[in-house]
Write a protein that binds this ligand. Structure first.
Ligand code: HEC
Ligand code: HEC
Ligand code: HEC
Ligand code: HEC
Length: 407
């Protein structure tokens, strides 16, 4: 996703929308979004008119700008930004400071780099620490927590055990750090790091290795959370009476679940109860557009009143809520149903069992993950892209419960 940061059509659409919103209020958004999505453009002022900046303008930009968050940017970093607070209300949007060595030196975590004629190589002790990620993965806006991944991780057992962001997002492997045809004397190393930086999001346009990305996301998500049946849970059920059951979700990832752009993420419980071919109860199901019956699409919340969704909702000064109108740049408060590290939530379900039910009922629960709701992408004018959104299923529970015989 780092290489995709300035190629993402969703980014361009959201960016234009935000630029327009700010302009309509007589304010200037400037380089705010460019700051983290292409730090080299931010530092060099390569995008002279952010207001009208469009995806078609990128082709003429330097590769380091087009690459979004690229190799040279990360590996020229000398030390990390002291602040990650933006104050758009006061017109302070360039809150993050990047400190780069723009000479020939490339830093990294290899203690004994072999020399080459392309650049100097130097060991840097901070590269295996979470602070390397903090500048962009922690953001407050006018004092309100917006995207707080670093702070969510800070102070957890993971920090205490030395499990940094890199520990989960840059898997280690053994091999050669360089091409051995070019460097036949390169040593075999035990501590190299995958740079796929997998999260939950994925490319929605044609992009290298999308298949591998999806596989890696599925594998990461298996470690994201645990689900189990809680209390109450029925040993048997009686026709005509209410069935009560509970499902417990525990966050086992290194920060809140979800984290970062929590206002557009969707992590939810799908619960289906069937008997034979009949569905007795369901929650967390999708409509014909692939959307959840959330308040965005079902304002009265009647179609799926039990929907359990982990995310945040942003509100603006007039109480307008949600993705359509309010972005982090203009929110004044938010509601938060994300799970903190090791935090659990119990979702309770209650539904009547039809009188004619016989035999047994079958309960199936899935924890489902999606980067963004399709309606948001559609409404940004990206219909085809919205069809490419993937729902990832990481954990599943099943149970069969006998139905009591009626006299
Ligand atoms: C213990 C392992 C672990 C650690 C440590 C960890 N992460 Fe994650 N991260 C995950 C898992 C699992 C997911 C997928 C679940 C999810 O989407 O939240 C994830 C998702 C993400 C996402 C995608 C956003 C989302 O929730 O959809 C970002 C961005 C991210 N991590 C950044 C970081 C940063 C930055 C750090 C360090 C401050 C970090 N992670 C530390 C395991 C970890
Ligand atoms: C988001 C920042 C970031 C980007 C972008 C990035 N790297 Fe890295 N890279 C790191 C970090 C952090 C480490 C050290 C990880 C550790 O030691 O835990 C690292 C390690 C390395 C190493 C040392 C060997 C290893 O695998 O640990 C090499 C070589 C390297 N990166 C090359 C590259 C190249 C080439 C690119 C572009 C294709 C690139 N990096 C892009 C952050 C980045
Ligand atoms: C210069 C800013 C910057 C730095 C530094 C940075 N990132 Fe990111 N990162 C981003 C942006 C921007 C995106 C989202 C790109 C997109 O989706 O278009 C991103 C995306 C990600 C994702 C994928 C999120 C998802 O939802 O799938 C992960 C994981 C991640 N970063 C981890 C890291 C880690 C670990 C580090 C530190 C070694 C790091 N990042 C350093 C800006 C940065
Ligand atoms: C402080 C750095 C920072 C700033 C400023 C920033 N972003 Fe991001 N953005 C990120 C990171 C990091 C991610 C990936 C986080 C994650 O996956 O949870 C991301 C992800 C995204 C994504 C893709 C993920 C999604 O689900 O929406 C979009 C689109 C996006 N940002 C748009 C914007 C826009 C528009 C602005 C300006 C209003 C902006 N960003 C400002 C750091 C930043």
């Amino acid at each position: 996703m780092h290489a995709y940061a300035l190629r993402d059509p969703v980014w361009f659409a959201q960016h234009s929308k935000e630029q327009d919103k700010f302009a309509s209020e007589g304010k200037e958004l400037g380089q705010f979004c460019i700051m983290c999505h292409s730090p080299v453009a931010f530092l060099t002022g390569a995008i002279d008119n952010p207001f009208s900046f469009d995806i078609s303008d990128t082709a003429s930009l330097a590769p380091q700008v087009q690459e979004g968050v690229g190799c040279t940017f990360c590996h020229a970093t000398t030390h990390v930004s002291p602040s990650t607070d933006a104050n758009p209300l006061d017109g302070v949007t360039g809150a993050i400071q990047f400190f780069l060595n723009t000479d020939e030196v490339i830093y990294g975590s290899i203690k004994d780099p072999i020399p080459n004629s392309f650049h100097e190589s130097e060991f840097h002790p901070d590269y295996d620490r979470s602070e390397m990620c903090r500048a962009c993965h922690n953001l407050t806006i006018d004092g309100i927590d917006a995207e707080m991944t670093f702070d969510e991780w800070k102070g957890t057992a993971f920090e205490a055990m030395g499990i940094e962001c890199q520990g989960c997002h840059m898997e280690t492997y053994s091999g050669y750090a360089v091409d051995t045809v070019l460097f036949p004397l390169a040593p075999y190393r035990e501590n190299l790091h995958r740079h796929s930086f997998v999260g939950l999001d994925h490319a929605l346009t044609s992009f290298p290795e999308t298949g591998a990305q999806a596989t890696a996301i599925t594998s990461l998500l298996k470690s994201a959370a645990e689900i189990s049946f809680g209390t109450p849970f029925p040993n048997s059920v009686t026709p005509g009476e209410n069935v009560e059951l509970a499902v417990v979700v525990t966050n086992t990832s290194g920060h809140n679940l979800p984290t970062g752009t929590t206002f557009s993420r969707q992590i939810w419980l799908e619960v289906t109860v069937t008997t034979g071919a009949d569905t007795i109860y369901k929650s967390g199901f999708l409509d014909s557009n692939g959307d959840l019956y959330d308040f965005y699409t079902d304002t009265d919340l009647v179609k799926d009143p039990d929907l359990t969704l982990f995310r945040t909702v942003l509100y603006d000064a007039v109480g307008d809520s949600g993705l359509r109108h309010v972005s982090v740049g203009r929110m004044v408060r938010k509601s938060d149903s994300t799970l903190p590290v090791q935090g659990s939530r119990t979702a309770k379900y209650s539904f009547p069992l039809p009188l004619e039910t016989e035999g047994q009922i079958f309960i199936r629960v899935r924890l489902r993950f999606r980067a963004m709701p399709p309606f948001l992408i559609r409404e940004l004018g990206l219909k085809e892209e919205s069809n490419r959104l993937i729902v990832f299923d990481a954990s599943e529970l099943e149970a069969t419960v006998p139905v009591d015989m009626l006299e």
